[in-house]
Design a protein around this ligand. Sequence first.
Ligand code: GDP
Ligand code: MN
Length: 386
Amino acid sequence: MNIHEYQAKELLSNYGVSVPMGKVAFDHEEAHQIASDLNTEKYVVKAQIHAGGRGKGGGVKIANVLEEVKQLAEEILGMNLVTHQTGPEGKLVGKVLVEEASQIEKEFYLGMVIDRATEKIVVMASPEGGVEIEEVAKHSPEKIIKEIVDPTVGLLPFQCREIAYFIGLQGKTVNQAVKLIMGLYDAFVDNDCSLAEINPLILTKDNQVTALDAKMNFDDNALFRHPDIQKLHDPTEEDPTELAAKEWGISYIKLDGNIGCLVNGAGLAMSTMDIVKHHGGEPANFLDVGGGATTEQVTQAFKMILSDSNVKAIFVNIFGGIMKCDTIAEGIIAASKEVGIEVPLIVRLEGTNVELGREMLSQSGLNIITGKDMREAAGKAVEAIK
Ligand code: GDP
Ligand code: MN
């Protein structure tokens, strides 16, 4: 799960991480009110969406006087913000963070992730901040320091000092950085994060080390332990179809291709996408209806797939174990009656009650392409698009 910058900053400040003073606003009047309560000369108004690159996209603006805050908030609120992380469709801005503006001396990068190779938390930092860290990693990897945390002792102060020196801090600012990195680490571990990123971490003109931006991701599988974090969930940031799928107990993830996939079991769903790709096709989605789906769930799954206008064919790949093939057949027939499936439908059924399922489909009068196995059916699905 992702949270907004303003939520991450609030959380982190409870761990002693220094952040600029500020608050979230939902309209421009509120933005003005928040700004007038801040003890500062300049202000920054920042779009709150679950995507980075807001600065370049016009979602981060500095107000030189209080009166400007209202106008900037009005501009940013309701705008469709397009950044390299939102995709071309962009994201509608519904809230802004109003902060005291910082005077930046230098920008750095600071991040933490769980490294799958070492199975440990790794802290990364770079003197090249404010830019995309992926670019730094690609073109000048020597400018990134990595500290691997031994979980038995946790992150140690000397590691933080090494990071601080590496990014070019000196004197008292080193201690500030140590405190900030330690705070970020504690927040990471306490809340079962999978990623925490401060980009940029800044040194201000008056020698303060501060988190100017904050991004945090949480491990969904650990969310049950953190009801306070769960409350930070913002449903407006999620794909509506994915959200609806969750409510139906279906795992659906939208992708960019045009072959809709309806599969039971996550493993089979993954290999279905692989085999579609192998035949030169592009899956439109990942969809796992689960082991024991009902006719109703299967019907919903079809609706979800068809709600994506990119879908030009549907590939149903079912292995009936717990799931019975006749249930799937029933779902396909019910869905086609309800929503009307106009695109080619390719079905591969195998397993429990397969004969019954096939019989039902062939008598349904639906125009269904069948494959004798997964490979053949995938090939036919890709063929059907052409
Ligand atoms: P992102 O583009 O979505 O990552 O948003 P950031 O919060 O990182 O802001 C983008 C950029 O805006 C930063 O790298 C800064 O250069 C600039 N910026 C943000 N806040 C301030 C501020 O208070 N003062 C100044 N001078 N620049 C700021
Ligand atoms: Mn940033």
